[in-house]
Design a protein. Structure first.
Length: 515
């Protein structure tokens, strides 16, 4: 059978079904549905699952709202206990879920497991947070008064997620939303329903344990809506969804943002990036080579934080770029489950988009190394490509767009200010890096006149992040922040409270109003 993989001898379809069944999913739910699920690893069909209609999704959102009305009354540290149990279930099934991520999205095993580790980490973070969620006490101008702020949950948090972090993005949102006292309704990518079904099963296990321990949690707290864009739109338009957290392309955000705003809802947008790194004359080139190679070629260029533009100082260009090119020529491209470092693109459309960008780059004077399709045994219907390094004379043509594939545009620069200008001169603003040992350059890069991105790093590539920091970007990346720091505030509403504990009624600003 052409779909056997060397590592297990089973078809990926059988392996995915076995994982899902071990997590308690009924085998019947994997066939006969209207949404066909494909593995990018081999191109084989894994399952056909049922989608939810827009009207059923609207009813599910109403049920989620009822769940919120009960959940908000549960003390936050008790809500944290549910998320702690979710983290335990994820720990117990890390191998299984990580493997399923690799099968459904084509990530190498360490990245499939890494995605689940991120879910575990955000659960830990959220558990601690559940004993915080604090407001300020603020000095008041009136005697015998106290002014403070209180944070309250919002309601149903709508989560729309992209294919490339198919479950971690849910957890970044859900773990915080739940400890904050919200219910969640999740519309995953139509390309990744299986990992979302698995994740929902783990949530249900945690919920059952929570109830066994005596915890009170309503049904409908975490609702999974497997469907396409139409149900995404139901979430976007529903008046009982006060916050829509949407991760995906800038085109999606451009549609979602104004629609949510039109009903005065809140949108948390995590959209496309076009991330750059500057390699300065003083850079440690060995470290830079490893940082650049992982950030640009890892996950086959399909991270929102993937390195896509590289500005190399002219004085080290000849020393550095040939070494990078040979890394591009030698990196192993192939079945990610068999030990290769670069796996497949998600589908044919992604491969065509990559080829179109390379053609456009050539038309703008670029010189392309790599980029060709790589045939992989047993995977005739899959799309593997050698990562492409494109030397560009200037930042023109496709360089200012995000092409969701492993293409690195390399541009020579002369002066630091020129490099800074190029780095910022694109519509997106997610992640950025500088490789330098010059303190002035490093600090300037991080300063107000430096990188305009949500993430700015020194001597680390732009790709990937830890959950402790706030994650997100500026400009066409959408402006949202998720995960660590005080990102939890996006999932709550703030009330300012003033209490008079005296016997008089002084008015603010010295106003007199004696009736
Ligand atoms: P996509 O925009 O095609 O789809 C993302 C999600 O949005 C899917 O669930 C889809 O069904 C839904 N959707 C699309 N149009 C919609 C609409 N009009 N209304 C409601 N829902 C809609 O993105 P993709 O191809 O799955 O993912 C890749 C993109 O996501 C890249 O641009 C990448 O940079 C971005 N991304 C960003 C981040 C981040 O945190 N900034 C993280 C991961 C991915």
């Amino acid at each position: 059978n052409i779909h056997h993989t060397a590592s297990t001898g089973k078809t990926l379809k059988d392996e995915a079904a076995a994982i899902l069944s071990s997590l308690g999913l009924d085998a019947a739910s994997l066939s006969g549905g209207d949404l066909s699920v494909r593995s990018p690893v081999t191109g084989e069909t894994l399952a056909a699952v049922k989608t939810i209609s827009a009207s059923d999704a609207a009813s599910a959102i109403e049920a989620a709202h009822k769940a919120f009305l009960a959940w908000r009354l549960v003390p936050a540290p008790k809500r944290g206990e549910l998320v702690r149990l979710l983290g335990e279930e994820l720990r117990a099934e890390k191998e299984a879920l990580g493997r399923l991520v690799s099968i459904e999205v084509g990530k190498i095993p360490s990245e499939g497991l890494g995605e689940v580790q991120e879910m575990i980490d955000i659960c830990d973070f959220a558990v601690g947070l559940s004993r915080q969620l604090y407001g300020l006490t603020i000095a008041t101008e009136r005697a015998e008064h106290r002014m403070m702020e209180t944070w309250h949950p919002l309601g149903v948090v709508g989560i729309i997620s992209a294919f490339n972090f198919p479950v971690a993005v849910w957890s970044w949102n859900a773990a915080l939303a739940l400890v904050c006292g919200n219910a969640t309704a999740w519309k995953p990518s139509e390309k990744t329903p299986l990992v979302s079904l698995a994740t929902q099963k783990l949530f249900e296990r945690a919920l059952a344990r929570f109830r066994t321990e005596g915890g009170e949690a309503p049904d409908g707290l975490s609702t999974l809506l497997i469907a396409g864009r139409d149900v995404g739109e139901t979430l976007v338009d529903h008046p009982l969804v006060p916050l829509v957290s949407a991760t995906g392309s800038t085109a999606m955000g451009r549609a979602v943002g104004p629609r949510v705003a039109a009903r005065f809802g809140r949108a948390l947008l995590e959209l496309g990036g076009n991330n750059a790194a500057i390699v300065a004359p003083s850079a440690d080139l060995d470290l830079t080579l490893r940082g650049v190679a992982f950030a640009a070629m890892g996950t086959a260029g399909q991270r929102c934080t993937t390195l896509r533009r590289l500005f190399v100082h002219e004085s080290i260009y000849q020393q550095f770029v040939p070494r990078l090119k040979s890394a591009y020529q030698s990196v192993s491209v192939g079945n990610p489950l068999d030990g290769n470092l670069v796996g497949p693109l998600i589908d044919a459309k992604a491969f065509e988009g990559m080829q179109a960008a390379l053609e456009a780059a050539k038309a703008s004077g670029g010189t392309v190394t790599g980029g060709e399709r790589v045939e992989v045994e047993g995977a005739a219907d899959a799309f593997y490509a050698r990562p492409a390094l494109v030397e560009m004379p200037a930042q023109t043509g496709p360089v200012s767009e995000e092409t969701f594939a492993p293409i690195l545009y390399v541009i020579r620069y002369k002066g630091f200010d020129e490099a800074l200008h190029l780095q910022n001169d694109v519509p997106q603003g997610l992640s950025s890096s500088i490789f330098t040992n010059d303190l002035r350059e490093a600090e300037t890069f991080l300063s107000v006149r430096g990188s305009d991105c949500g993430i700015a790093n020194v001597n680390i590539g732009p790709s990937g992040a830890e959950i402790g920091g706030a994650f997100g970007g500026e400009k066409e990346t959408g402006g949202g922040r998720e995960s660590g720091s005080d990102a939890w505030k996006a999932y709550m509403r703030r009330a300012t409270n003033t209490v008079n504990y005296g016997r008089t009624l002084p008015l603010a600003q010295g106003v007199k109003f004696d009736v």
